[in-house]
Design a protein around this ligand. Structure first.
Ligand code: ARG
Length: 459
């Protein structure tokens, strides 16, 4: 296929150089966006009288033919072309003759590729949002089911205070809600059209950039042509949003891996989402959770690569920017794949309510409530904290729970203890009494679930 820039050159490009420079093996991914952008461009050129209507018709028909032929497998993308832009323009001219050579009037590959990448990522942001929304719905369903499923809450991986599974899942609900919003914010900020920026300094043709922008569903044109061709902030923001999503998935996976251990047995991941060992017949491993946790590194790497690539680039376009594609595509594929798999895995999990309940009652998770009991009887909190600390040591030595102590034993530590201590530190009270908004008490949780229900209904 003929080069787009052969005229200036007297010698053939070295093969290694040509291959090093070429991007067709990865930018062919956005052939559809490239064609969509070209159709909008020529439609605008004809409206402005830069092309005749007849020329526009011929070019649009040619481009539509190329699109459907690629989609139907009738036209194979020639990987010896330099990039997808060269391939489509070259194929167009082969098919419709020299009128095809007018397609690139008033345009540079710099604003063309900036547009293509934006169109492509814009669609991917929506696809990512939809997957996050599916996951939110799965978590929401589980929360509704487990408002009364007690479990221990942890700090430092040590049992801390009792709560419910709905409350624990609710923490992830908040994280993924923020992820969804973050993606919406990025979309809003990026949704301006770079086409018409030219190579870097706009063009002398009387382009109607507002019109092209509206044809492609943008809120308007970019306002500086140098920035228009060299802005990759939106990719960094998108990579950042994906890195955070992966971090959230990874934390959740880590908990599932812990809960799935023989020691915890809080959950069982179904056979369909587990794998075995080639040597140890008894093994059923949480490989999917581990692999998602492992893949975070790739997405963090992509974000870091992009930041480093961009940091020293002077205005305006420089070829370094071609490096934005492979790593972003890999991060998108990885993140989308992981959200989908995680969602499926979460749906496949069974929660062992009894194990969780029993675990919530052990480990002195009601010690804070025992201290609060003394506070309610008039003791300053710091003193109450010390008394319950001493009781805990006593119980550890006796190998019993705080509730197992007799009232006489309680009274040895403080005269303020009475029969109502048992009710005050029962697991049921410890969870139910926590009723401030955001706390695990079932009545508080139900309010949050109602709020979430409304939010999800509007996504
Ligand atoms: N393949 C190039 C890229 O991805 C397209 C733009 C080429 N522009 C240029 N001035 N060489 O960045």
């Amino acid at each position: 296929m003929e080069k787009l820039w052969g005229g200036r050159f007297c010698e053939e490009t070295d093969t290694l150089v040509y291959n090093f420079n070429a991007s067709i093996t990865f930018d062919s991914r956005f052939y559809e966006q490239d064609i969509r952008g070209s159709i909008a461009h020529v439609t605008m050129l004809a409206k402005q009288g830069i092309l005749t209507d007849e020329e526009k018709e011929q070019i649009v028909k040619g481009l539509e033919g190329i699109l459907s032929d690629i989609n139907e497998g009738k036209l194979e993308i020639d990987t010896t072309a330099e990039d997808i832009h060269s391939f489509i323009e070259g194929t167009l001219t082969e098919r419709i003759g020299s009128v095809g050579k007018k397609l690139h009037t008033g345009r540079s590959r710099n604003d063309q590729v900036a547009l293509d990448m934006k169109l492509y990522t814009r669609d991917e942001i929506v696809a990512t949002k939809n997957l996050v929304r599916d996951l939110l719905n799965t978590i929401h369903g589980l929360m509704k089911e487990h408002v009364e499923t007690y479990m221990p809450g942890f700090t430092h991986l040590q049992k801390a205070q009792p709560l419910t599974l709905a409350h624990h899942l609710g923490a992830y609900m908040e994280m993924f809600k923020r992820d969804y919003d973050r993606l919406s914010d990025i979309y809003k900020r990026m949704n301006v059209c770079p086409l018409g920026s030219g190579a870097l300094a706009g063009t002398t043709y009387p382009l109607d950039r507002d019109y092209t922008a509206s044809l492609l569903g943008f809120d308007g044109p970019t306002l500086n042509s140098m920035d228009g061709v060299s802005d990759r902030d939106y990719l960094i923001e998108y990579l950042d949003a994906m890195a955070i999503i992966m971090m959230h998935l990874s934390r959740f996976c880590e908990e599932i891996i812990i809960w799935n251990t023989n020691e915890y047995k809080f959950v069982e991941i179904s056979d369909t989402y587990s794998t075995g060992s080639s040597i140890m017949p008894q093994k059923k491993n949480p490989d999917i959770a581990e692999l998602i946790r492992g893949k975070v590194g790739r997405v963090y790497g992509a974000l870091n690569s992009m930041l480093v690539t961009m940091k020293g680039i002077p205005l305006a376009y420089n070829k370094d920017m071609q490096e934005d594609k492979e790593l972003t595509f890999d991060a998108i594929d990885t993140t989308k794949g992981c959200i989908k798999l995680f969602d499926g895995m979460l749906k496949s999990i069974t929660f062992n309510k009894e194990r969780m309940y029993n675990s919530a009652t052990g480990g002195y998770t009601n010690a804070t409530d025992a201290a609060d009991y003394l506070v309610n009887k008039g003791m300053p909190f710091r003193d109450a904290h010390r008394v319950i600390g001493e009781i805990t040591v006593y119980c550890i030595n006796k190998n019993c729970a705080i509730d197992d102590m007799s009232i006489d034993e309680f009274k040895k530590f403080s005269e303020l203890f009475d029969e109502d201590i048992y009710e005050a530190i029962s697991l049921d009270t410890c969870v139910r009494k926590r009723l401030t908004i955001g706390a695990p008490g079932p009545d508080a949780m139900k309010k949050v679930i109602d709020i979430n229900e409304k939010i999800l209904g509007e996504l």
